[in-house]
Design a protein around this ligand. Structure first.
Ligand SMILES: *Cc1c(COP(=O)(O)O)cnc(C)c1O
Length: 399
């Protein structure tokens, strides 16, 4: 009997391609056709598919111990916590299984912080066009009406302002009582690859300090080398109070983390938060190996160089092209905004170019190649994307 998806809830608009094998930045479908991966499982497989060292570590841990629960001490969790804190200049970590859960943890910390300051109804400042996840709290924090629609009533406790606009933050502080924290992405990924100016993040840091607010950075997509630095906030030379990670941390093994320092690091007491699977030996050992490899192979520096190559290539091939409105990026996060809805390009890239891309906010092609790409693969991505855009409506459509 042929395989069908008729028993799967229709939460996704899926492409009719099924991959069965991968290696580095390459994938093969069930017909044996080879593809080039320019999305890395949406910023997850930064070290590429089927990394041999990670596969070996996983097999060894699977044959040793998978799960015991957080009732007991977990050595790999303690090691990973220490590694992450040292890397990020943070003090404490809570481990979970996804980005949304990491942000839920941050939101709970913000409310505890507020109550500790005697704020009865603490508010969290969030941004227009943001993306923080699909649980009810992170959905309320997300600045996208289309994703929120149908799930009302929305969880209260958020105040929204335009992104990359420090005056709007100052105004909100005057007008909305009870703000205790800011949650913001250093680069809005789902929001169309919008890069906050370094001055904005520095001004936010200062303003949060002056107000006693927690600065909470969602680095789920931008963290772990993606933008050409270990964490995107490094480009601005600041340190947040709370930072969330997930996506690339396990290179495909689910794991999320909420890191904190200062007042935010000691807010939880036993029983206030938890996760059955969070921080299990398998995920934590794999994440330790991910960090080892990233450090040893200079992955962040590599992403910086490859990212410059990618953006320069895209600008050369597509800059000034009719239909291309903007080319934006930082490190290996690149967005090409067209003047029209271009969601059909995802399917056409697969069929015509054997290339995996995503389109976000309907009109922005988003590229998130694995950080282990070879230079020739970056050039290949540029050539295939350019060919796709040139042979699409973007070229002959009147602007
Ligand atoms: C992907 C993403 C999330 C949600 O992560 P999940 O693992 O899908 O829950 C949250 N914030 C940002 C910035 C993301 O890119």
């Amino acid at each position: 009997m042929p395989q069908t998806d008729s028993h799967l809830m229709r939460a996704y608009a899926r492409q009719p391609v099924s991959f069965v094998r991968g290696r580095g930045a390459r994938l093969w479908d069930d017909q044996g056709v080879e593809y080039l991966d320019a999305i890395a499982g949406v910023a997850v497989t930064s070290l590429g598919h089927a990394h041999p060292e990670l596969a070996a570590v996983m097999a060894e841990q699977a044959a040793t111990l998978l799960h015991t629960s957080n009732v007991f001490r977990i050595d790999w969790q303690e090691q990973l916590g220490e590694r992450l804190c040292a890397l990020a200049g943070m003090e404490k970590v809570f481990f979970c299984n996804s980005g949304a859960e990491a942000n839920e943890t941050a939101l709970k910390l913000a409310r505890l912080h507020g109550h500790r300051k005697q704020v009865a109804e603490p508010q969290i400042l969030v941004m227009e066009n943001a993306f923080h996840g699909r649980t009810l709290a992170t959905l309320a924090a997300t600045g996208n009406a289309a994703k929120q629609q149908g799930f009302e009533p929305q969880m209260p406790g958020f105040v929204r302002v335009p992104y990359d606009d420090i005056d709007a933050v100052r105004r909100a502080a005057r007008e909305a009582p009870g703000i205790v924290a800011v949650l913001v992405e250093p680069v809005q990924g789902e929001g169309g690859i919008r890069v906050a100016s370094p001055g904005y993040l520095r001004a936010l840091r200062e303003f949060c300090d002056s107000q006693g607010w927690l600065l909470m950075l969602d680095e789920i997509q931008t963290g772990l080398g993606r933008t050409g630095a270990w964490f995107a906030h490094r480009h601005a030379g600041i340190t947040p109070d709370v930072m969330t990670l997930a996506k690339a941390l396990g290179n495909g093994v689910p794991i999320g983390a909420c890191l904190a320092r200062g007042a935010a690091a000691d807010l939880f007491s036993p029983g206030q938060h938890g996760s059955t699977f969070g921080g299990n030996p398998l995920a934590c050992r794999v994440a330790c190996a991910v960090l080892d490899i990233m450090e040893r192979d200079g992955i962040a520096q590599r992403a910086a160089l490859l990212g410059e190559r990618l953006l320069a290539g895209l600008r050369l091939a597509l800059g000034g092209h009719p239909g291309v409105q903007a080319i934006r990026g930082l490190g290996l996060m690149a967005g090409i905004e067209l003047n029209r809805n271009c969601q059909e390009l995802v399917g056409r890239a697969l069929a015509e170019q054997r290339l995996l891309i995503t389109v976000t906010r309907e009109r922005t092609i988003r590229l998130l190649p694995p950080l282990i790409c070879e230079e020739a693969q970056i050039d290949d991505i540029v050539a295939r994307v350019a060919s796709l855009c040139r042979h699409s409506g973007a070229s002959h459509q009147a602007v």
